[in-house]
Design a protein around this ligand. Structure first.
Ligand code: GLC
Length: 650
């Protein structure tokens, strides 16, 4: 959009550039900057327009972007142009993700390179390496308390070894996702150290207070993220003699985005990693980016403006790079991280589908899809050029962030139902075979989240201990049922390392003084490569899971209807155990896949008379894409085995 004020400012900025910059051929950059500048200027002035140094900060922002564009290597610039032309590239069903901790999975970056064949064997082509940046030992929050945003944790490797790995991945056509922890730094970060030493400039990078007056006001409305290990949202720093905001652990200092210098620093870091070849950047804890007294300090309007600004700036420098929003918040809030009132994603192109994840676990516990059906129906459609990251487990806990109203509509009392889920997954409920652990239990509110590996939560740990073939079978089926949904629902499926082999909980974290208070470590084990080798041995648990998953991934990639274009239709059925939807090919709308999932241990019937999609009843059988078998229909009734699922070609 052409608008005089912003464009005359842009002219001033460009005229003031140093001659060595003016000499460069920056045509692509200038076109993109021109296209986005009105938005960049509006957002920046909305956030920082009251400041006397506003214009100087705008100059700094643009200069930094130009510097990063100049540093961007030609092969990445080429990729940017390719992706601009094929802007829906990431909606294709070809992508299957995998999240891993480098050290636990493979020792170090060099080791990881030698394990890529394992991922490729499974069909993975997008890896998320969990944070590998320099963190203080023991005070790292699994890599999310960063001491230096541009240095790799020495035990994992160096910047050169990461570059080498990324080159290797590119040759294999695999994408790489890296984290940028935008909300906070370690208390040992250089900025925090300077703040501690009394440097006012860096105290302004954080939320620092002399006394409890303001912190107490914030506390009136701020919930606690880690109530057991880090109660409250502020920490007294002895050396600085001040209170500092620490929403997560007391060693993670929240960054103050009311200061434009913080925004510019963090964008610079995002672009630094984009220029190291990250295809996707996972922006951690984005819901927390803006703090306001009298609010929960989550999902604030300004947090969205910051993300929009980050996206607009990143599009000018590195348009091929996507953002993932890690916003594990209420369903109606998550969707906003794509950007509201837009067609293309304005903030992040990808968001964790925490709603689906939690609903799937609820269906496992109740053996019914009632809440799942309600919850998914009430989830607004995503934007056209945006997609979900569909996952079952990740490195974090499972929170029960459903909408209370949906819980009531499903016929449950919200508080009692959440308590049931905690009891179920911690194995306290008499009907439960799950072996999870409570996480973040809040004695005041009674809330708790759940830690535990996919296999242990699905009952495999218990079943193996009992040596009960029937239970082992049921837990493997549950695991595959969940994968079937994340593979077919629409979005990028994200597997968590270990889950393709049925990895159980690992309690060795209890021997580590730094980890023992954080039960999330129970599902962050060292990869057991001997067990991984069993994946090729027929009949082993590892083989039963891995082989089925590998096949599922291969088939997913070949189904055009699984591309993510809001091409899903959910069906009401009168069978409470079933979750049924169809996916249609947007190019050839005649080509449909009917996905039928049964959460009950017993066989269930789907009455096709209730499925209002063209001509189903004319058929006496359908082909299941997964098994290749013809599934017969008896008088309009389709029978699905206990914990079974079909991908039926219509
Ligand atoms: C994100 C991470 C989580 C971490 C938190 C604080 O939610 O996924 O592991 O504890 O941010 O950095």
């Amino acid at each position: 959009m052409y608008e005089q004020v912003s464009h005359s400012l842009l002219n001033d900025i460009l005229i003031a550039l140093k001659p060595e910059i003016k000499k460069q051929n920056l045509q692509h950059f200038y076109i993109r900057l021109g296209a986005n500048f009105y938005a960049i200027h509006s957002l920046f002035s909305r956030l920082y327009g009251d400041r006397p140094d506003f214009k100087a900060q705008m100059h700094r922002l643009v200069e930094m972007m130009i510097r990063q564009y100049i540093a961007r290597e030609p092969h990445l610039k080429k990729l940017d142009i390719k992706r601009e032309k094929d802007h829906n590239w990431f909606l294709s069903p070809e992508w299957v993700g995998f999240a891993l901790y480098c050290q636990e999975f493979a020792g170090d970056l060099e080791g990881l390179k030698s394990k890529l064949f394992y991922l490729q064997d499974l069909g993975i082509n997008m890896i998320h390496i969990m944070p590998i940046l320099d963190c203080p030992k023991g005070k790292s929050d699994g890599g999310y308390a960063v001491r230096d945003f541009r240095k790799i944790y020495p035990a994992v490797g160096t910047l050169e070894s990461l570059d080498d790995l990324i080159n290797n991945l590119k040759k294999r056509d695999m994408l790489i996702t890296l984290d940028v922890v935008v909300n906070h730094t370690s208390d040992e970060h250089e900025w925090a150290q300077k703040a501690r030493q009394g440097d006012k400039k860096y105290q302004d990078y954080y939320f620092v207070f002399d006394d409890r007056e303001t912190p107490d006001m914030y506390e009136e409305t701020m919930p606690e993220v880690f109530p057991e290990t880090a109660p409250g949202n502020f920490t007294w720093d002895e050396e600085m003699g001040k209170w500092v905001m620490t929403v997560f652990n007391n060693f993670q200092w929240d960054l103050n985005y009311k200061n434009p210098a913080v925004f510019i620093e963090m964008l610079d870091i995002i672009l630094f990693w984009a220029n190291h070849g990250a295809d996707i950047i996972r922006l951690d804890a984005v819901a927390f980016l803006w703090k306001k007294i009298g609010s929960t300090c989550q999902n604030e309007r300004e947090a969205h403006l910051i993300l929009q600004l980050m996206k607009d700036c990143c599009q000018a420098v590195a348009p091929g790079v996507l953002f993932i929003a890690e916003a594990i918040v209420a369903p109606v809030e998550i969707i906003k991280y794509f950007g509201e009132d837009a067609i293309n994603a304005k903030e992040c192109e990808i968001a964790y589908n925490a709603t689906l994840m939690a609903l799937l676990w609820e269906a496992v516990a109740t053996k019914k899809a009632t809440l799942l059906n309600k919850g998914i129906r009430n989830l607004p459609n995503k934007l056209e050029q945006a997609t979900w990251l569909n996952y079952i487990r990740c490195h974090d806990d499972i929170g029960w962030g459903f909408d209370d109203n949906d819980i009531r509509l499903a016929g449950y009392d919200p508080q009692a139902h959440r308590k049931f889920l905690v009891d179920y997954f911690t194995g306290e409920h008499p009907d439960s075979i799950a072996r999870g652990l409570a996480f973040g239990r809040n004695e005041r509110t009674g809330d708790a989240r759940i830690s535990g590996s996919l296999a242990s939560l699905a009952g495999l740990e218990n079943a193996l201990a009992l040596d009960n073939a029937e239970l082992i079978d049921a837990s493997i089926k549950t695991i595959l049922l969940l994968h079937s949904i994340t593979m077919s629902f629409g979005g990028i499926p994200l597997l968590y390392y270990g889950d393709a082999l049925g990895t159980l909980n690992d309690v060795s974290y209890l021997e580590d003084e730094y980890k023992l208070n954080d039960s999330r470590w129970v599902h962050r084990p060292n990869m057991n490569w001997e067990k991984a080798a069993l994946r090729t041995q027929t009949g082993t648990v590892e083989n039963r899971i891995f082989a089925a998953l590998k096949k599922m991934i291969a088939i997913r990639k070949e189904i055009p209807a699984f591309a993510d274009h809001n091409n899903r239709e959910l069906f009401d059925t009168d069978n409470l155990h079933l979750f049924v939807f169809s996916r249609f090919d947007t190019i050839n709308s005649q080509s449909r896949i009917l996905v039928v999932n049964n959460f009950d241990n017993n066989a269930q019937t789907l009455d096709l008379n209730n499925i209002k999609t063209g001509g189903l009843l004319q058929h006496t059988s359908f082909k299941d894409m997964l098994s290749g078998e013809m599934i017969s229909i008896q008088e309009g009734q389709l029978t699905i085995p206990g914990l079974g699922f079909y991908w039926l070609q219509i």
